[in-house]
Design a protein around this ligand. Sequence first.
Ligand code: 3H9
Length: 703
Amino acid sequence: MTRGLILTYFVAMTQLTQSVRLEFADDIALIRIDNPPVNALSHHVRQGLLDGMKQAESSEASAIVLICDGRTFIAGADITEFSGPPMPPSLQSAQDAMENCTKPVVAAVHGTALGGGLEVALCAHYRVGSPSSQYGLPEVKLGLLPGAGGTQRLPRVTGAEKALQMMTSGDPISAEEALTCGLIDEIAEELEAGAIAFARRAVSESFPLLRIRDRNDKLSDVSSDLFKEFRQGIARKTRGFLAPEYNVRCVEAAVQLDFESGLEREQELFKDLMKGTQSKAQQYYFFAERAALKIPGLPKDTKSIDIATCGILGAGTMGGGIAMNFANIGIPVTIVERDSEALERGLAVVRSNYERTAARGGITSDDVETRMGLISGSTDMGDFADCDLVIEAVFENLELKKSIFEQLDSICKPGAVLASNTSALDINAIASATSRPEAVIGMHFFSPANVMKMLEVVRGDVTSDIAIATAMGIGRSIGKTPVLCGVCHGFVGNRMLFMRGIEAEKMILEGASPARVDQVLFDFGFPMGPFAMSDLAGLDIGWDETTSSGSTVRELLCESGRRGQKNGNGYYIYDPETRAATPDPEVEQLIREFGERQGIEQREISDQEILERSLYPMINEGAKILAEGIAIRGSDVDVVWINGYGWPMYTGGPMFWADTVGLSEVAEKIEHYSSTLGGDHWEIAPLIEQLVETNGSLSAHSN
Ligand code: 3H9
């Protein structure tokens, strides 16, 4: 690593385009990109890079350094340009100018060299990175593959296996790792000075002008089994996605074909992906996730409360999982339970979760102790007195929650944010039990709370801007994807889920087996269907033995002692060792008899009908939620469903998917089921009708 070089040189400067300058530092030409926020490769950047290379090559300079201003090196192609016609010049022309330059070209990387950005850096003869720089090809996350030669150059530098990992995960690697695998040539603490010094050394010591395209040393003995095994390894995680497989095919091409033919293959596959709906959906999602963080009417400079300590009420599955999120980022947590037995049980579950992660290599055993050391247990709510944020995570009972918030009001310090993890109840009613309703907010985590990324932040009628900014901000800090919504039963996610639940129950009573319904939704792309999901969550959640009246299949199952996965019996029977699910004929008979008792006619239901009756009531409800202003924008609904319930991201979420199907077709189907099946949930949302008339879109609709 080069250190402490002092930068003293005369700089002459030419502005090439709005975002690119050419500077001369004595004998070195610097092409400097300044295209905030992330130096994306917009057309004027490509033009500037091309012009800069031409001028620098024909100048007196002996070497060229490509460097960026701002927070990062080039973070990729400008995704906003993908929806329009291609604009010249092509990126390839600038890359060719770099690669074929007769003077050494050095890329100086800070921040993140991503996608097209890394592909540009790979056309330099050498790469110098700052200690915190990162390198990645995240195109797969946008439903694409690196389409600027990256699929052919990266494997030539890192070898096929590493390239496969980087390209199919999309995750970046650190500067240290990049240095080890040969992706960069040096780490420099003072980047600009270090890169200039490297360029001068390249001249004085006559370094060869290395073109990655000419290298084959790391691809000569790649076993054909590598691809087979790699595909098997990622199959489960990437089910349904096209882009990972296309990325693998490109690396195969790099191994099997010469560079130019590999490049042609890359282009064919890139165009194929670009044309398809998956990449459109995934690009839409990229912007949707970022849009969800923007709250209309919330001033940008709203101060949030610094969360130095957090209190959690309830050491059950939710409370323990929520506590882990805070301990993971070093925030001390106090968990309070009713009695010490329940407290110890809860803390033991948290410890065993951490130990399991450590056993898999995710964290060290020291991390386990550090994190457990940040979590203290108590049976006294008085210990919440100094907490900046308290999250209540007890079971769903409004009266209980109101009495808890009344107590929190008398215990917690002024300025603390009081949050409820309720998944459906009225935040306004909970807030009304306190003398400070403006400090009360919903923070609905999804189970398992230490794993699931979704966080619904629920604003009550009088919740303050500070409480909203705090909940959204801390949500981000603990690695969640927060989405703000308003109060209604079930908020955005569960309110839509309830509608799917109504139809799922009706369909099994009409003759479709739970396994069949689950299979249709699994094939659509969900990780599991509604019945497997109920079994996983526990059939007895919200079930009360004293009031159970055998009026639903679920009540009947609970009454017969079935609790879901946790006791090995639910809609399915579970293998005690492997947890593999098998359909249970007894359950199917119970459902059939229950249906017959209600006089429901049994019939064959097609997979298409199962899919429509599962998804359309959700879309209809999503539109009602939007029209009521419960969700700020259609894309927020999609972010909730993708992160909270595993709606397949490559379809963009329920709102985007409905737009893809076509809103007039969606409206027709809803009308059809409304007239044949009836029920409030099939009453068509006026917003859908309005959007059909105006040719509008649910995913782009915002309040
Ligand atoms: C590609 O390169 C294809 C090539 O292989 C082939 C070409 C032929 N374009 O995330 P942030 C915006 S595909 C346009 O909040 P952070 C973003 O929307 C590309 N805009 O910041 C946001 O706008 P706003 C491969 C972009 O510090 C603002 O910048 N590259 C782009 O948390 C700040 O973003 C990628 O996939 C873009 N490429 O994270 C990298 N990137 O303020 C995608 C960002 O209006 N980008 N914006 O909401 C990222 O992963 C993160 O933005 C990054 C910074 C890590 C860079």
